[in-house]
Design a protein around this ligand. Structure first.
Ligand code: NDP
Length: 318
């Protein structure tokens, strides 16, 4: 133990026992340490983090790279003193697959009117309203065409949905009507019946899901007003504006996996809103067994001189 570089595990709010056990199994030659009281050995080579305590990483002069325990890295940048070393984020087939399962589940649920039938069941109502349109009649708009957005879009397309998408830089993806940047936003927002948000939380995207944006979601297709599914980050959404848009009919329904404050307060109006499906930030959890192996392989390769993969672009913030 300890004949390879040392790792700091700083995962605030997580049960670190699972992660330590997985590190011990996958990287017995590396010592993995915690810093519960903020004291940290300055010889640390790599930091593996989720919401690291601010200032902790800046005390590591030998730090070679930071590994985020999530695909998103907003939690890393919440620390203004994060040192200027490479930041690696999670890009994992396992995470991507589970995220796409979540998206397909929620899109199908809204398309096939799951919330309506559950409400009828709760009221013991056998309705003769069996109106069900085809997937081909529905356009799903992907806000974010990155690792997760592209995979979910491909799976939705295989079911038969039409796809449009929006990204920061221009993209050309077979089967998706692609839009980009501020200049492409209005056309994108007018294009879809169900919007799936898989954007990172950055300076540019904070609060982007607001009343102004919802008003531009102007399509009125087989589902009526558009549906919002946010599995990106809570900070993307103005929660008062979502509630107002649901109440005045600008949006017909919403599925929210992420919230400005997590856990969601017990008295949040989202819990009991008839048009809202709440899930507890479970769309794509980080699983030790699928993440630690590739992480260690990257550290080993980097120690032998290889470049790191899945690097964060600091200037873009994701
Ligand atoms: P990527 O970095 O691969 O993709 C991000 C996408 O968002 C890209 O298409 C990017 O554009 C686009 N984007 C970024 N900024 C803007 C902007 N200002 N305007 C328009 N488009 C923008 O990320 P992933 O697909 O891997 O992950 C997306 C997010 O999903 C994560 O950041 C995380 O917050 C969230 N997530 C949530 C989970 C959950 O359990 N709910 C689990 C995992 C991730 P471009 O293509 O031009 O770069």
């Amino acid at each position: 133990m300890g004949d390879k570089g040392r790792i700091l595990l700083a995962a605030t709010g997580w049960d670190t026992d699972f992660w330590l056990a997985e590190f011990a199994a996958k990287a017995p030659a590396r010592e993995v340490v915690l810093a519960p009281d903020g004291d940290v050995d300055p010889s640390i080579d790599y930091a593996v983090v989720w919401k690291q305590p601010p200032g902790l990483l800046s005390r590591l002069p030998n730090l070679k790279a930071i590994f985020s325990l999530g695909a998103g890295v907003d939690h890393v940048f919440n620390d203004p003193t994060v040192p200027d070393v490479p930041i690696v984020r999670v890009v994992s087939p396992d995470l991507t697959t589970r995220m796409s399962e979540y998206v397909v589940w929620q899109v199908l649920d809204h398309h096939r009117r799951g919330p309506c039938y559950r409400a009828q069941q709760a009221a013991h109502v056998w309705s003769e309203d069996k109106n069900q349109c085809a997937a081909a009649d529905i356009t799903v708009g992907m806000m974010g065409l990155g690792e997760l957005g592209r995979d979910a879009a491909a799976k939705l397309r295989a079911i038969g949905y039409s796809l449009s998408g929006w990204s920061r830089t221009a993209r050309s993806i077979d089967g998706i009507s692609c839009h980009s940047g501020a200049e492409g936003l209005a056309d994108f927002l007018a294009s879809a019946d169900i919007f799936v948000v898989l954007l990172p939380l950055t300076g540019d995207t904070t609060g982007i899901l607001d009343a102004t944006l919802f008003c531009q979601m102007s399509k009125r297709g087989p589902l009526g007003a558009p549906v919002l599914i946010n599995a990106g980050r809570g900070g993307l959404q103005n929660e008062a504006d979502i509630l107002a848009a649901l109440d005045d009919g600008t949006l017909s329904a919403a599925t929210l996996d992420v919230f400005c404050k997590e856990p969601l307060d017990r008295d949040s109006p989202f819990w009991s809103h008839p048009k809202v499906t709440v899930t507890p930030h479970c769309a794509g959890a980080s699983i030790p067994s699928s993440l630690i192996g590739p992480m260690i392989a990257q550290m080993d390769a980097h120690d032998r001189g290889a470049d790191l993969a899945n690097l964060v672009d600091r200037s873009a913030g994701y």
